[in-house]
Design a protein around this ligand. Structure first.
Ligand code: HEM
Length: 533
């Protein structure tokens, strides 16, 4: 990571209101991609090179170059240093490269299969159904972001670890993440520990351990949540296989089987710290990303009643032969009919991909790349970031409505499309799945969705290091959104004296004022009103 960049990000942010709006400074803004979208790439070209005393950083927004980077895996390895902050329980599949990554990947990838997706679907539907009953009873929900995080955490906990957590609707405070059921030997619930670690992850990384134990109350609580979460993860692993524990084939089982014990002579298995490190990354990696995406999706729908109507009609049609009680919806039968929900999810991920950059670098060699008919050399040691926001906001690929929330653009049945030819590269976005089929599956519901040109849409990254939880996340988010929107509508709740337009403007600023800690997210919850249709 470029230390100079980190420093200037903070510096620029403080001076932001007083500085002239030069592009140079914009690149060093925190979350500059979220604020500028394609603007700088439009002005300076779709590959931007930032040279600073900290090193060379290249931001790649060119589909042509991005494809080469994904294809040449060993020429553009991952910058593992970027993930230093999620290594504190132990190395894991996200923080490693090369042979070490392969050793971890061998045990962590196989549990993500259709049997687990079925559990994800059922739990997603169940959690969302409970949440909706609470929200619609109260006619509003003050903290939808917080409740969506509870839903995601509970789905992850059951699917990966076999531990069922209820959506606790009795309490209205943040302490409601299972706080009432603190098990013996603990000072905090599992849910509270996860949330506190996630919300204070930077403090955890930069604060010395002694200060976490003896510092001010807020730091002590952060230190306590770190210790508590570590303890919960250790207990999960130690108790696996004992009477009463789940015997499902899941991530936990795979990690326990891989465990070689104390770490000496790890061979092809995983040491104790690596097992805990992986348990941690899977407890949190899918949490921020799915919670954030669900939150954006609900907000975009609240701001676009016409899209809600389109989604509602499609859900009515898709579910017309299904039971009124969503807990009876079978994964194998219902998920393939959820094309419109997936359109909403894809459009949300296009507008607000949780990871704005995919960090790669050139390691110790010059790397040639073809760019606009020329061969260019990228120097050794250069951070080469695939800038997802630039790809997703490129009007040459997505059309004039690139900044709009328009899920129908993904739907093959709709006349709204994105057929565009980039005049510079000649790359054309196809309109039918037969031109560029989905690589992993052409089965329903994906076959009803338009396919963007390869490299233009990559919220889950691509190639070898693509997200292992992609299908898990898609199934979970579909289950939650289908359950919420098949019988309800939502809008931003008006405050006293406000028109709907004024309320909607608050919703829009909550989206544009998103901030990234681990991933980009809406940080200020806006009150929503849920109404039964
Ligand atoms: C909306 C949901 C999600 C998005 C957008 C997303 C996105 C991503 C991206 C872009 C990467 C690559 C990061 C990089 O190369 O630096 C990644 C990796 C990863 N994701 Fe996800 N993710 C999501 C959900 C999940 C879920 C649900 C899980 C697990 C339950 C998960 C587990 C992981 C892991 C373990 C990796 C590292 C894989 C490796 O390096 O081999 N993600 N994700």
């Amino acid at each position: 990571m470029n230390a100079f960049h980190v420093l200037t990000c903070g510096f620029n942010r403080a001076l932001w209101p007083y500085l002239p709006q030069w592009a140079y400074f914009k690149i060093f803004w925190r979350d500059w991609c979220h604020h500028t979208k394609f603007e700088l790439f439009e002005k300076y070209g779709d590959v931007i090179c930032a040279v600073s005393p900290g090193g060379v950083t290249i931001y790649v927004g060119s589909v042509e170059v991005v494809r080469q980077m994904y294809e040449r895996r060993s020429d553009f390895p991952k910058v593992t240093k970027v993930y230093e902050y999620v290594r504190f329980y132990g190395d894991n599949v996200l923080t490693l490269e090369g042979v070490e990554w392969r050793r971890h990947n061998k045990y962590t990838r196989p549990p993500f299969n259709e049997a687990v997706h079925k559990v994800v679907w059922e739990e997603g539907v169940k959690q969302a159904h409970t949440a909706l009953n609470v929200w619609s009873r109260k006619n509003s929900c003050v903290k939808v972001g917080r409740d969506l995080r509870t839903i995601s955490m509970n789905v992850l906990s059951l699917s990966n670890f076999g531990v069922a957590l209820p959506f606790d609707y009795e309490s209205e405070t943040t302490e409601h993440f299972g706080q009432k059921n603190i098990p013996p030997g603990h000072r905090m619930s599992y849910g509270n520990a996860v949330n506190h670690v996630l919300d204070n992850i930077i403090a955890l990384v930069i604060t010395p351990k002694w200060l976490l134990r003896n510092g001010p109350e807020s730091l002590k609580k952060t230190g306590q949540s770190y210790e508590e979460l570590g303890l919960y993860l250790k207990e999960l692993i130690q108790n696996h296989g004992k009477a009463g524990s789940s015997d499902r084939k899941n991530l936990l089982r795979s990690l326990v089987k891989a465990s070689t014990g104390d770490g000496l002579g790890k061979g092809s298995g995983l040491t104790d710290t690596e097992v805990i490190g992986n348990a941690f990354i899977f407890a949190v990696a899918g949490l921020e990303t799915t919670t954030g995406t669900l939150h954006y999706a609900v907000m975009y729908l609240a701001l676009n009643p016409d899209v809600q109507d389109w989604l509602y009609k499609d859900l009515q049609e898709a579910l017309k032969d299904e039971d009124q009680d969503p807990s009876k919806w079978e994964y194998e039968k219902v998920y393939p009919k959820m094309a419109s929900v997936l359109c909403v999810i894809h459009e949300t991920l296009r507008l607000n991909a949780p990871h704005m950059h995919i960090p790669k670098w050139t390691a110790d060699k010059y790397q040639p790349v073809n760019w606009k008919g020329k061969q260019c050399l990228i120097p050794p040691g250069a951070s080469t970031y695939i800038t997802i926001t630039a790809l997703h906001y490129n009007p040459f690929l997505w059309g004039d409505t690139v900044k709009e929330f328009q899920p129908q653009r993904w739907d093959l049945r709709s006349s709204v499309g994105w057929v565009h030819t980039d005049p510079r590269t000649g790359i054309k976005a196809p309109t039918t799945p037969s031109e560029t089929p989905w690589t992993e599956t052409q089965s329903a519901p994906y076959c009803h969705l338009r396919t963007p040109v390869k490299g233009a849409f990559a919220p889950f990254s691509d190639g070898w290091r693509a997200c292992v939880g992609k299908n898990f996340a898609l199934v979970e988010m579909t289950a939650v959104l289908a359950t919420l929107f098949r019988g309800c509508s939502v809008r931003i709740k008006r405050q006293e004296g406000e028109t709907q337009e004024m309320a909607d403007n608050r919703g829009k600023s909550a989206i544009s004022n998103s901030e990234s800690y681990l991933t980009i997210m809406i940080r200020h919850d806006v009150e929503l009103e849920w109404v039964r249709r």
